[in-house]
Ligand binder design. Structure first.
Ligand code: MG
Length: 370
């Protein structure tokens, strides 16, 4: 099989609820700048990155795919994914301008499309190609209910609905307020509402300094918080290590890390407990798997961040033994032929061949931007 050509796309999809914010971002749309790789056997692979819908930045990603990687892909066998990935990630002119950032996001989208082709060529869903089992249960926890810009009443009633009506067994709420005591109050209110049989996670999105994270983090234990996510600036390995040593609540991070090497630094010095790689930020399924194996070797659970909005990560979670849970945010559901779906708090096992990334025919018409 050979790659014959590619097309890029940019989708801007409105978030499904009212305007939302965490401590660092305000989001009205989720974007998927991506690629369709065409082959001489009629199979098309779909892959994409995930952004906050900033069109100039999204265009940089698709232009990098088209102009920088496109000529290196044409004529290649897409089923030799790992070999092709190694060539692309170490291509000297491109690694010179970006071993992380836009170049890496572009490569992530390409790698996902390559795995999509490989699974389609084999006639199986990606989780099966990767050796997974349809008997495995992946628990979904909901992150689309605890936004920092919501008032207390909205926060509490929405978390109650997610647990009592929608059946989620875990919720994550945002923290990182200017006054951390506001967040302690919110955590306490939510814990009282959902009871102690439901997981509760908190996420500061890198906002706090180390003293604030220490003060707030030392109080989360009393509310049985499963993990404290991105407490301080994303790249601060030593700060996270000191925090991890000082508080009882486990730390989670990884959604802002680009490289296996970044994860190695955090993992080997004990600065993270729940490892959260994202296929759309590390360079695709190939590097995600490397990170998951590293986590496994250190007996750490992997709970992916879902920049792909659950499509690829559901497959990798079903296949990798370090995964038992996955974040749930439903913003891109209407874009896919087989959107990830929750039943009784767990994800339904995908059935269609591929990586779950195949777009519906009307997705580009509805959400595409030029
Ligand atoms: Mg997060």
């Amino acid at each position: 099989m050979k790659i014959t050509s590619l097309d890029t796309f940019i989708l801007h999809v409105p978030v499904t609820r009212r305007a939302i914010a965490d401590s660092t971002h305000q989001v009205t749309h989720w974007a998927a700048p991506g690629v369709m790789l065409h082959t001489d056997q009629g199979i098309t692979g779909f892959g994409y990155s995930g952004t906050h819908a900033h069109l100039p930045a999204d265009r940089l990603i698709t232009e990098c795919i088209r102009a920088c990687f496109g000529p290196l892909l044409t004529g290649q066998d897409p089923t030799q994914v790992r070999s092709l990935w190694s060539k692309l990630v170490h291509h000297p002119p491109l690694q010179w301008v970006g071993r992380g950032g836009i170049t890496h996001l572009a490569l992530g989208a390409i790698d996902i499309a390559l795995w999509d082709i490989k699974a389609k060529a084999a006639g199986v869903p990606l989780w099966r190609l990767l050796g997974g089992s349809d008997q495995k249960r992946i628990e979904g926890y909901n992150t689309d209910g605890g936004w920092l810009n919501w008032d207390d009443q909205t926060l509490v009633s929405d978390c109650r609905r997610l647990v009592e009506v929608e059946g989620f067994r875990g919720v994550k709420i945002k923290v990182g307020s200017a006054d951390y005591r506001r967040d302690l109050d919110r955590v306490e209110m939510v814990r009282k509402t959902i009871g102690f049989n439901t997981r509760l996670m908190v996420d500061a999105n890198g906002r706090w300094d180390l003293p604030t994270a220490l003060q707030a983090g030392s109080r989360f234990q009393q509310f049985d918080v499963t993990w404290f996510e991105e407490p301080i600036w994303y790249d601060d390995v030593e700060g996270h290590r000191r925090l991890a040593e000082s508080i009882a609540t486990p730390l989670a991070l990884g959604e802002q890390l680009y490289l296996l090497d970044h994860f190695r630094q955090f993992i080997t010095c004990g600065a993270v407990h729940y490892v959260q790689p994202d296929v759309t930020r590390v360079a695709g399924v190939t590097e995600w798997w490397q990170v998951a194996e590293l986590a496994l070797a250190h007996r750490l659970p992997v709970v992916s961040h879902i920049g792909d909005m659950m499509q690829v990560h559901l497959h990798t979670a079903l296949a990798h033994r370090s995964c038992t849970m996955l974040e749930y945010i439903p913003w891109l559901r209407s874009c896919f032929q087989e959107p990830a779906t929750i039943e009784d708090g767990c994800f339904i096992c995908p059935k269609l061949p591929g990586a779950g990334t195949t777009l519906r025919e009307d997705a580009i018409e509805r959400y595409g931007v030029r």
